[in-house]
Design a protein around this ligand. Structure first.
Ligand code: SF4
Length: 408
């Protein structure tokens, strides 16, 4: 299978500048700096690169919404989102560990296009090792004169799920609580310190050296319609070989599972959470779904941040839903009442079901709580609370029925 980001992962010292350069690293940056910024942006548009942090927004289009310097003078910023806090997601950690210079090269290309002289890497606080690796890589690149006139700043997060959301991330960078902002304005217009800011995640920016080197069309050809290139999945749960796998966009779920050795111990598959715990699960009948942002949406779920969790037949859907709701309750920032209260109620209903104290109508109660949150909150976390209960109760009604004594 075609590999872009993990192509050289067998090289033992890929994280070092010398190795990365021996393999052609930073040649794309050199090429980019010799091109017009507009032409580079058009290559990214042509590539059909989508934001791989979860939203799947077309990257070239996102960049085009940064106002031109003659209209909005002053600084503009690029921020790398390396917060990666959703359970099941660990691909960015692997990318930073193994290929920090690939990210830096992508960040420098993006900084040139956007006109950022101060660019930031916002990294999850728990990623101490990855922070150290990046710090060393930035120092190496600086000493080699590769940063040009761009300052790269490393900033550590406090490990909150919500700070992975771009507007909350910007709030924390400004020294405030990680409370998402209500757009508009969107960050590309008024982001960090009110200045135009592009926020992209590690995987997205790491794709840029390939796009610059090979051209946008070559990248687009690798993936499926409107979903260019490859995508990484961090696969965990009941599979034979947990790990990070890179496949072309649009690869079937069946083939991705096969790469990870299939369901552990030859058991039957119960569900696959495709993109991190907040995504509705896919079932055995969905194995031929193509994994890209558009096809998976048509199948009723989302690619998210590629954190695939595989669950075998022994798993209880009520336990899974409870686990996820407990997490969301813990991570809700509390800013919107429907999310703050509703996540807690969902968790408590599921908890009493697990304790064998489920009451008649509990499944309907979960749906009602979800409906009272969805669309009435600032950010996607609140919507997720309702989406999770809706997905698990509708796909596994028998598991929920069993938890309500005398419910029939
Ligand atoms: S939906 Fe939840 S997490 Fe998002 S801003 Fe509102 S309270 Fe915070």
């Amino acid at each position: 299978m075609t590999k872009i980001l993990t192509k050289h992962f067998d090289e033992p010292k890929l994280h070092e500048l010398e190795t990365y350069r021996r393999l052609g690293g930073y040649e794309a940056l050199k090429k980019a700096l010799g091109m017009e910024r507009k032409a580079l942006q058009e290559e990214v548009v042509k590539s059909n690169l989508r934001g791989l942090g979860g939203a799947g927004f077309p990257v070239g289009f996102k960049w085009s919404t940064v106002p031109p310097e003659d209209k909005v003078p002053g600084p503009r910023y690029v921020v790398v989102n390396c917060d990666e806090s959703e359970p099941g997601c660990f691909k960015d950690r692997v990318l930073v560990t193994r290929a920090p210079h690939q990210l830096l090269e992508g960040l420098l290309i993006a900084s040139y296009v956007v006109g950022s002289k101060d660019s930031f890497i916002f990294i999850r606080g728990e990623y101490q090792n990855q922070y150290d690796i990046l710090e060393k890589a930035v120092a190496e690149a600086k000493a080699a004169g590769l940063l040009g006139d761009v300052n790269i700043h490393l900033m550590r997060g406090a490990g909150a799920y919500i700070s992975g959301l771009d507007t909350a991330l910007l709030e924390t960078m400004e020294g405030k609580k990680a409370w998402p902002r209500q757009p508009p304005p969107f960050p590309t217009v008024a982001g960090l310190m009110g200045k135009p800011t592009v926020v992209n995640n590690v995987e997205t920016l790491s794709m840029l050296p390939f796009i610059v080197r090979e051209g946008g069309e070559a990248f687009a050809k690798i993936g499926s319609a409107k979903n260019g290139g490859t995508v990484l999945f961090s696969i965990s749960g009941h599979v034979e070989k947990e790990g990070v796998y890179e496949v072309p966009m649009g690869t079937k779920l069946r083939d991705v599972l096969a790469l990870a050795g299939g369901v552990k111990g030859g058991k039957k598959l119960k569900a696959v959470i495709p993109g991190g715990t907040s995504m509705p699960p896919l079932l055995e009948k969905d194995l031929d779904v193509a994994l890209d942002f558009d096809a998976i949406k048509a199948a009723g779920t989302m690619l998210g941040a590629g954190g695939m969790i595989v669950l075998d037949e022994t798993v209880d859907a009520v336990e899974v839903a409870h686990n996820i709701e407990r997490f969301l309750t813990h991570e809700s920032c509390g800013q919107c009442t429907p999310c703050r209260e509703g996540s807690n109620w969902s968790e408590r209903i599921l908890e009493r079901m697990l304790e064998g104290k489920g009451e008649k109508g509990d499944t309907e109660n979960l749906a009602r709580v979800g409906e009272n949150i969805t669309g009435k909150v600032i950010c996607a976390l609140g919507d997720t609370v309702g989406m999770v209960t809706r997905a698990w109760t509708s796909k596994f009604p028998d598991d929920f029925k069993k938890r309500v004594p005398n419910n029939g």
